[in-house]
Design a protein around this ligand. Structure first.
Ligand SMILES: C[S@@+](CC[C@H](N)C(=O)[O-])C[C@H]1O[C@@H](n2cnc3c(N)ncnc32)[C@H](O)[C@@H]1O
Length: 285
């Protein structure tokens, strides 16, 4: 396993993914009933952006830093919990009550963001296969009784941990796309997960480089016959080189009436993340 998320933490794709995650979790919080959050590819939990690996790529400067510097009045209110989680990690670097794109030191991963929204009745299950990264993740959540961290293959974990006892919740599938056939692995894991737990919400992140590949993937999801919602964010121009110009999240069994909130959040993010207004946003069934 060569992929290390620290090189990419806080980039535009993370911002997109984590804001969609917040919108989904907020919808689960509307009912008192407990829920379970399952993260199949959890990563480190917290990322030190001042570390050499992150400073090598500086990807966060065109991601989270742009959102922090965009001007709070233009950032959709729905993503306040996302900004709060970032501020919580960066308390020591807040100047004049404000955190700027230059001052940010730490970036929260999906497990940290989800944990910041959980109530005492909720629970989360995290899986990470990298043998060093899982140790860091364990440390972040040591002594937290609501969080279970497993050194486990996320796809296999869906068989082991679904359905959760709560019978209510969200599964985030956020692979590193190191495997050439990663989308096929996702499809077969999703199919098997849906056979175990038909009513769970599943959010699957995918990169947009090759539109044919994405279309085929979404067609296969459609064929599974469950309700779904597609949300995409594109911030670059399409070229023959199949560069990483955007990303998307397909949500299977989306919460009721979530489209409007997602559209609003993504339009706001797109303006912050694509200062030259290249690309755009799509939220569609
Ligand atoms: C894109 S990163 C996850 C980022 C994290 N979800 C977040 O948003 O903060 C993908 C992670 O999956 C891990 N990984 C790769 N293959 C895996 C597998 N089969 N099962 C579990 N984890 C895996 C990688 O080590 C990496 O940490």
């Amino acid at each position: 396993m060569n992929y290390r998320h620290i090189y990419h933490a806080g980039n535009f794709a993370d911002v997109f993914k984590h804001c969609v995650l917040v919108v989904l979790l907020e919808s689960l919080l509307r009912k008192e009933k407990p829920f379970c959050y399952v993260d199949t590819h959890a990563g480190l939990g917290i990322y030190d952006l001042q570390q050499e690996s992150s400073q090598k790529t500086l990807e966060y400067l065109s991601g989270v830093s742009r959102v922090l510097d965009y001007g709070h009045k233009d950032i959709p209110v729905e993503i306040t919990p996302y900004l709060t989680a970032i501020k919580k990690l960066n308390q020591a670097y807040i100047v004049n009550d404000d955190l700027t794109g230059d001052n940010i030191h730490f970036y929260p991963g999906s497990p940290f963001i989800a944990r910041s929204l959980l109530r005492s009745q909720d629970r989360m299950v995290l899986m990470e296969l990298h043998q060093e990264d899982v140790l860091t993740l364990r440390e972040v959540f040591s002594r937290d009784k609501q969080v279970a961290v497993h050194h486990y293959d996320g796809y296999q974990g869906l068989k082991a941990f679904l359905p959760p006892a709560e019978r209510r919740g969200l599964v985030l599938i956020d692979p590193s796309f190191e495997q050439k056939n990663e989308l096929d692995l996702v499809l077969s894991a999703l199919e098997s997960a849906l056979s175990r737990w038909q009513t769970g919400i599943y959010a699957i992140w995918y990169p947009i480089k090759d539109f044919t590949l994405v279309d085929n993937f979404l067609r296969a999801i459609r064929k599974m016959g469950f309700p779904y919602l597609i949300s995409d964010l594109i911030i670059g121009k399409q070229t023959m080189l199949k560069e990483f110009i955007g990303c998307g999240m397909v949500i299977v069994n989306p919460p009721w009436q979530i489209e409007a909130a997602l559209e609003k959040v993504l339009q706001g993010l797109w303006k912050a993340l694509s200062p030259e207004l290249i690309g755009g946003v799509r939220v569609t069934k």
